[in-house]
Design a protein around this ligand. Sequence first.
Ligand code: FAD
Ligand code: UDP
Length: 390
Amino acid sequence: MAQKYDYLVIGAGFAGAVVAGELARRGDKRVLVLERRDHLGGNAYDCPDDRGILIHKYGPHIFHTNDKRVFDYLSQYTQWREYQHRVVANIPGKDGRLEYPVPFNLTSLEAAFGSQEGKRLGEKLIAAYGGEKKVTILELRQNADPEIAAIADYVYEHVFVHYTMKQWGQKPEEIDPNTTARVPVFLSRDDRYFQDTYQGMPLKGYTPIFEKILDHPNITVELGCDALKRLELVEGAIRLDGETFDGGVVYTGQADELFGFRFGPLPYRTLDFGFETLDKDYFQSHGTVNYTVDEPYTRITEFKHLTGQEMPGVTTIMKEFSRAYTGGEGEIPYYAIINDENNALYGKYAALSAQYPGLHLLGRLAEYKYYNMDAIAARALALADGLLGK
Ligand code: FAD
Ligand code: UDP
């Protein structure tokens, strides 16, 4: 029987959808996409809840990039709603709770230390590092000047250490420094969470992007299908449904699972999401509020702020609780835990995958990396370039 497909793509999140769409459109390839969940979009999936509020089922997703190619690519599939994400830390203060911008910036400094003292300290930081500069908390903690060290201690205690303990079960200095560097101290009045050139939310949500990308005569999508039940990797050969598959395979799931966890499981953090629908216009002032000192959850997101949806009298919020991933039924591995030991373990799986010339590991799970959506889209476009020789 002639093989029906040129490519098999496993997973219909950003990685799988973008590569499948490009192989079909630019390369006229026939692509089979297998997705284990009963919907497209992977962790970027969104849908209306029972009251009609558009929610992000797997955590808040805000699009931002400096990559023009990625922005232009996605703009073929969606219009954008102007949205600049702003986050505040909510902490217990002397007279009730206090909120100030995160990343911690010059405005936060004044809220924390008082207007006059905050201004003076801000000038001192700018003299040390330069205006509009970003300084990671770990860098700031290296500064020997007693006043700057006191600011670093304050920010460490009120913004980083408890949030990081909740999110990772480890202290900021124990985790990959690139993780806390995502949210540096910013010597600026700019209170946006991201400074990227292109930012926004897809006007109709994320899911329609995936529907459009995968809507092509050369693409077949099967939802609710665990590809590992149909795929066999044996001594350099790939079999699909019991027959040799000579086409390319783009795998976007967990690398350890693909090889039966033979070197042991890769560690991850998972999340539990607590959704609450409230009979009021709005619950909080910002799309996301980080609870950086107390509460068992890391942050609360209120979706109407993100999506701009107008729904008077009702709103949905979501609390995020992080814990170790155990591989239990229904658990999703959201965050790779990047460190030397885990990278070395991942390296064993990557080396094994290299024994299969047609097999490509792509995406946040398959590459065991902390990638944002834009980075994944960029990598998927680059992989398609490579596979199509253009
Ligand atoms: P995924 O979205 O995980 O897709 C992989 C897909 O493969 C899944 O649908 C899975 O079901 C499927 N799959 C796995 N194994 C199999 C199998 N055996 N058979 C069939 N299917 C399989 N990025 C941003 O840019 N901005 C944000 O604001 C942002 N917020 C985030 C918030 C949270 C809480 C999290 C966890 C991530 C966030 N991200 C954000 C990152 C973003 O989710 C990822 O960059 C992106 O979803 C990665 O896409 P992917 O295709 O690599 O992986
Ligand atoms: N972080 C923190 N306090 C904050 C925000 C972030 O300590 O208020 C740290 C924490 O370790 C977190 C990391 O910075 O995991 C990256 O934060 P980001 O908001 O980028 O995480 P994501 O949205 O990917 O979960």
